[in-house]
Write a protein that binds this ligand. Structure first.
Ligand SMILES: [Zn+2]
Length: 316
């Protein structure tokens, strides 16, 4: 049994904070910007938290990975300070939370985090290579003492958290389309993140993909970093055009209604990826949650608004 004592504002203390043993880098292309860059995780002292440093900028601005610095949630979660931004931080953030890492400085020489295969696997693997080091200071937690609910009928999402001794997350997705059924995903022990959640890739519907391509909003996509759901009839001409765009010899629609660019890791991989995003976005609270989160139709806007609501409750 672990002993917890109450500090102020409903924040409890428990196990010790962790950082990494050595610096480690991940390279790759950003999905939306198409820019190739390197991010390097460095060990950081207790109490430092997660911070991003733009080493390609003259004064190397540092952006704390905190809900207060969220500046955009369209297509990914972006944080920024004084006009300097870091795009698509959610998979990196989820990886750190999933491995129990509290303190790192992340040097970034580009606007956007590498997309790699669209999952968190490459960040998790790199961080494990670096090794995890327990620090002398106790970890702080956000202890949920009453139910907190965020309901948005217009956008059709609902997120809630209830008291629990452990951090648990349940997700339900529903896109009201035949090709992607209602799906559920659960993470009831954060230790399972690495195997059950981290490998799960992002997904997109074909019509969204075409919109993004037409509007030049998806430059790093090469048809290997997203599951593509085809929710309408599509002609051979269109498929040939996609094959051309993605420089693949042949693109076709598989029985499961997805393009043949990849095999699913899990039947409910999309719901698991949405859970990955929830973990990543809620980690912008800066402290571990002791509570059970349920998210119906989550997304970056919903997740970050929910994080802000939890922040407000805890600090009242
Ligand atoms: Zn994601």
């Amino acid at each position: 049994m672990r002993a917890y004592f109450l500090s102020q504002s409903g924040i409890f203390m428990g196990e010790n904070q962790c950082t990494i043993r050595h610096s480690v880098s991940v390279e790759g292309t950003g999905l939306h910007t198409g820019q190739y860059g390197t991010i390097t995780f460095h060990p950081a002292p207790a109490g430092h938290g997660i911070r991003f440093r733009r080493v390609d900028k003259e004064d190397q601005p540092v952006i704390p990975a905190s809900i207060e610095y969220v500046v955009d949630t369209a297509r990914g979660t972006t944080i920024g300070i004084n006009g300097t931004r870091v795009y698509t931080v959610e998979h990196v953030m989820a990886s750190l939370t999933g491995l129990g890492i509290d303190n790192v400085l992340i040097d970034v020489d580009v606007d956007e985090m590498p997309i790699r295969d669209g999952s968190a696997r490459f960040f998790v693997e790199a961080l494990e290579t670096a090794g995890i080091e327990t620090q002398d200071s106790p970890r702080e937690y956000i202890h949920i003492t009453e139910e907190i609910v965020l309901l948005n009928e217009e956008k059709g999402f609902e997120l809630r958290v209830v008291p629990s001794d452990d951090y648990k997350v349940d997700v339900k997705i529903d896109y009201n389309t035949e090709v992607l059924n209602v799906q559920f995903a659960s993470l009831h022990q954060i230790q399972d993140f690495k195997t059950e959640i981290a490998p799960c890739r992002t997904f997109v519907f074909l019509h969204e993909l075409e919109f993004l391509l037409h509007n030049n909003l998806i430059k790093g996509g090469d048809l290997s970093n997203a599951i593509v759901f085809v929710n309408r009839t599509v002609s051979q001409d269109e498929l040939d055009r996609l094959a051309n765009l993605f420089q693949k010899p042949k693109v076709k629609v598989k029985e499961e209604g997805i393009l043949n660019n990849l095999e699913l890791h899990f039947p409910n991989e999309p719901a698991r990826h949405k859970l990955l995003d929830v973990v990543g976005d809620l980690s912008l609270l800066g402290k571990r949650i002791k509570g059970h989160v349920t998210a119906y139709r989550p997304g970056h806007y919903a997740n970050t608004e929910f994080a802000k609501l939890i922040f407000k409750h805890v600090n009242n």
